[in-house]
Design a protein around this ligand. Structure first.
Ligand code: PRP
Length: 189
């Protein structure tokens, strides 16, 4: 793609991502079938999974992931934004909430990347307080060097220990590059 010019290197190819997403979907399918403990699809329908995506970066990963999960599910989205200023650096704000209550439901939070962990930690605390039946988290990329808070990650696509600025497959720089089909390190000078 023409916009690939400002990139240092491709870290995860389209094919690598596709394969790993399929593996995550298969694992999630297996685990949720076991959790529900019902063999028939009709009985599983009585207890559908709710996939909660965190906008906006997650859109592409979530769209691919849910199509590899073979249990009845619904999905909804939240938007959390960091609202850092001099008085309250790193304060998080819930800009968009889920449409329906989640009490008693099986929830799978889906996130594209976990960096400091602040966003996910906030969302996990917020949803846990609403008393779901179960709460698990799936992230495509667990980027560890800048972690500030420990978060529970049940399904991880890739763990990256390099502190690169990542773009592509939903990840952005100033809102751009999200439509790249691969994940790359941005050239930073
Ligand atoms: C990104 C990403 C995660 C968050 C991770 O979202 O999608 O939600 O940052 O960072 P953290 O672990 O340091 O909290 P961003 O706020 O850039 O919004 P976006 O999803 O619209 O790109």
């Amino acid at each position: 793609m023409a916009q690939g010019k400002g990139l240092k290197k491709i870290l995860l190819s389209e094919e690598e991502i596709r394969r790993r997403v399929a593996e995550l979907g298969a694992q999630i399918t297996k685990d949720y079938r076991a959790l529900v403990g019902q063999a028939s699809w009709e009985k599983q329908l009585a207890r559908p999974l709710l996939v909660v995506g965190l906008l906006r970066g997650v859109v592409i990963f979530l769209a691919d992931l849910v199509r590899t999960i073979d249990v009845p599910l619904r999905y909804d989205f939240m938007t959390v934004s960091s609202y850092g200023n001099a008085d309250s650096p790193g304060e998080l704000l819930l800009l968009k909430d889920l449409v329906d209550p989640i009490q008693g439901q099986d929830i799978l939070i889906v996130e594209d990347i976990v960096d400091t962990g602040q966003t996910l930690s906030y969302v996990q605390r917020t949803l846990k307080a609403r008393k779901p039946r179960s709460l698990r988290t799936c992230c495509l990329i667990d980027k560890t060097p800048r972690r500030e808070v420990e978060v529970q990650l049940d399904y991880v696509g890739f763990r990256l220990e390099e502190n690169e600025f990542l773009v592509g497959y939903g990840l952005d720089y100033a809102g751009l590059y999200r439509n790249l089909p691969y994940i790359a390190a941005l050239e930073t000078r």
